[in-house]
Design a binder for this molecule. Sequence first.
Ligand code: NAD
Ligand code: WQD
Length: 357
Amino acid sequence: MSILVTGGAGYIGSHTCLKLIEAGHEVVLLDNFCNSHRSVLAGLEAIVSKAPVDEAPAKKAPVDKAGAGKTGMGKALVLVEGDVRDAGLLGQVFAAHSIEAVIHFAALKAVGESVQRPLDYYDNNLSGSLVLLKAMREAGVKTLVFSSSATVYGNPTQVPIREDAPLEATNPYGHSKLMVEGILENVCQADAAWRVARLRYFNPIGAHESGLIGENPQGVPSNLVPYIARVAAGKLAKLQVYGGDYPTRDGTGVRDYVHVMDLAEGHLKALEYLHAHGGLLTLNLGGGRGYSVLEVLRMFEQVSASPVAFEVVPRRPGDVAECWADTGAALKILGWKAQRNLATMCLDTWRWQKQQA
Ligand code: NAD
Ligand code: WQD
């Protein structure tokens, strides 16, 4: 299949592009690089060609009329540098490539920032999705995998969280995801030809085992594991542990961490399912168990053999005590279950972190 991957240069997108290419699909990667780096392409090329990263083909490539740049991977990966809200560009992309399905990662994702800049979040996440859906309808492409989030469960009333748990938005980011989930439901109700998966990720961490691609956010990370990795690497002084008085086993927040390569494999399985069955699919993708902040920190210290300094500070507003997924539906429907444990997640993050300048 030829698959359009919006936000494909980002953290989860880049690992999913790799899995798609390895499975023999052709990928058209659309990204505006607002939260990613062009260097991810060299990493992808090096992994696919199994060449050292500095021997990978050139990063910059000529761009054709549809905005598509050659990447050194031929038809396996075509880069389109642009914005998912650009309807004209999307029309060109669908006209130039025989796209059969879309995976829509492109979005802004920082909860705190969404409270500060709600309009930017609705513009990017909501308008971006609407423009994309309309372009897909125009092009007759009706298969979509959408990146949703555990944030749609708001303050969960019980754990583990099943897909039929109450939904709630506690911030503009979460609201944007819930709204797009609702739009997708309406679209599927209106036209049975649509095949849509809404995948609710829990806490993705880790990196490809090569250490050549990983999570590389612009600026100081707000998520736990990238922050810990930078403390272990000596780039940040100490971790602030947000809250030591939660009703959890050690007082710190408990979350469901899932390896990004497991997530990438989940996307492949979701696409295969949609291809075979159609309909609207809504699934949690998580590891299915919870780890506390201190458990993650200790594991990171162990695998990196580096101390991670920390101090316990007051709770971060909006955080919940614990959150982890019931992943039974993903297992039953897709045959998907996360395979990589916390040690692997931390080790792979560390291998990637060590290669950063
Ligand atoms: P990311 O920021 O690394 O990747 C998003 C990519 O989209 C970036 O490369 C960015 O440059 C691009 N992008 C953003 N807006 C764009 C636009 N308007 N046009 C084109 N490109 C644009 O984030 P990620 O962690 O890979 O997340 C991917 C998706 O998964 C997002 O939709 C996010 O909301 C969702 N999600 C992420 C997490 C997480 O913790 N990482 C958890 C749940 C859901
Ligand atoms: C994990 C734990 C913090 C940073 C967020 C979004 C969610 C989803 C995943 C996109 C919590 C603690 C963190 C730090 C800390 N993203 N922590 N010090 O908050 O579970 O989820 O990312 O959809 O929607 O809300 O992830 O990595 O920020 O925090 O103590 O410097 O680590 O309190 O217990 P979170 P996180």
